[in-house]
Design a protein around this ligand. Sequence first.
Ligand code: AMP
Length: 613
Amino acid sequence: MQFSELAEYFHKIESVSSRLEMMAILSEMLKKSGKDVKKTIYISQGILGPGHEALEAGIGEGLLEAGIAKASGYPKDEVKKLYKQLGDLGEVAQKLSKNKKQQSLFSEKLSVQKVFGNFVKMAATEGRGSQETKLGAFSELLNSASPLEAKYIARIPLGNMRLGVGDPTIMDALALNYVDEFTRSKKIRAQIESAMKEKKDEKRKEEFARKARQLLREKIEAKYNIHSDLGEIAERLAEKGLAGLEEISMKPGSPIRPTLAERLPSAEQIIEKLGKCIVEAKYDGFRVQVHKKGNDVAIYSRQSENVTHMFPDLVDAVRERVRAKDAIIEGEALAYNSVTQQPLPFQVTIQRKRKYNVEKMAEEFPLRLFVFDVMYLDGKNTMNLPFIERRKKLEGAISQNEKIALTDAIETNDPKKLEEFFLASIENGLEGIIAKDPAAPYIAGARKYAWIKLKRSYKGELNDSVDLAIIGYYKGRGKRTKFGLGGLLCAAYNEQEDSFQSITKIGTGMSEQILAELEEKLSATSEKEKPARVDSGLSPDIWVKPFYVIEVVADEITRSPTHTAGKTGGQGYALRFPRMIKFREKKPEEATTVAEIEQMYRNQKSVALEEKP
Ligand code: AMP
């Protein structure tokens, strides 16, 4: 595929605001890209391989500016000035490429393969002279690029194409592309027919098509859940159709999408929901998925990035203490004071997430890994075993010491015992508890009451935090003008509609350091118009594409006509007195959902009623 065709598709995607239109363009783009489909998916997500392989072009903004200057003939200062004005290096590259001061002598038509290949080469270049090599490879691309191509080429190394295309939209587009093959199977047709309710003929056809797409979409997602590489999934589909999809299986080295936790407001309600359950302490560190294949150990973050190099102490612990040749296990890692046997504050733990000075920090703040699940053990997928059996397998597979241990847990069906364990956990400096359904399989990428968290007491207030996606910001006024940022507009995620619905404006609770960090991050994802998938009645000074997720606490959830989250009868949900706590390592689609907010609102009301004399 020519890169110019891909750039045209990106341009079309950027200019539509409805998700349906976006999906239709994407579906055509994927069909047209043929054997380049893997690369087109990666490029559209601003990555050079699946997230867990962590290939990075290693081109910072400075080098990008130099490359744009070199290819266009403008001085670097001018590039910088224009960047300040436009806030997007893609647009800078586009504009200057239009008004090039010099024409290149050797220009060739760019293919997707060539562009992708050049970036992969840049990623592989290290050491002395690497900056010049990268600059050369990057400006070579810009030399041959049309202005529109230049815009997207410049965005690739920034890791954000600003298309607003999330994984769900890509999966929808794939389902659309293979649904004909899917419904050629008699068995599948019968399965769909039996699930149909519509009696009228003219509507049955529509319902059949919708159900077929939905079923195939679920199948694609189930594969994505155990193999988080949409590029490869699309490639297998392109090569062998649905038979290619079937071939995808779980293996160490390919991260599994993490289970998510539901929440309930009290021990009673948890026991009512689960009956006898396994109650585990909830540790506040970072979640890691550990893959062991013989002596090779890889560690993946909650976002499926490969973070192995950050945690040499964990790698050693797993090599020494996991008694299985191959395994995929999951746990929470945190800095721990082995004298007091208490966790260190989250602010200390988070310092271990770094690229440099890794060894020194590992010595200073050693981590302890609290393991809570196993998905693969010696060649067998254990995801579908009941949790109680998975936990037994874990007990057998791990020889515990101060570096690696199983989570503290009790088994009970008594709300009082659960409450006691919860209070003891809080006293020990932990966040609360997670109650787990002993019969549930590992539910990759979703929440289905297999895990229920309880973090402190609700008592009619919203003491639990929510995770919200930032969709816009307001410019600073008064004391805050020096930061250019005065407040945030935040959204919850509506899973049914795959949209981000506004729920609160946040103006306080941010330190100067956080304000400065926010401004730097948000100005790089700003948009001129309301981004696709964003649903908001309020217009902030600057829109941003949902990308960053922050943890927020508030006093209460209220109903309000201002916000769109869960809006019915003119009233949506809003947060009262919201405060930002910290950045979360979550994708925007992993923000608190509107359904959860509704549930929290109901819980809050019922607790408040119970407390009335
Ligand atoms: P939250 O991020 O608040 O939705 O809570 C779920 C997170 O708690 C998981 O993603 C883990 O990172 C973390 N966690 C801490 N302790 C446990 C545990 N015992 N079992 C499962 N998750 C845990």
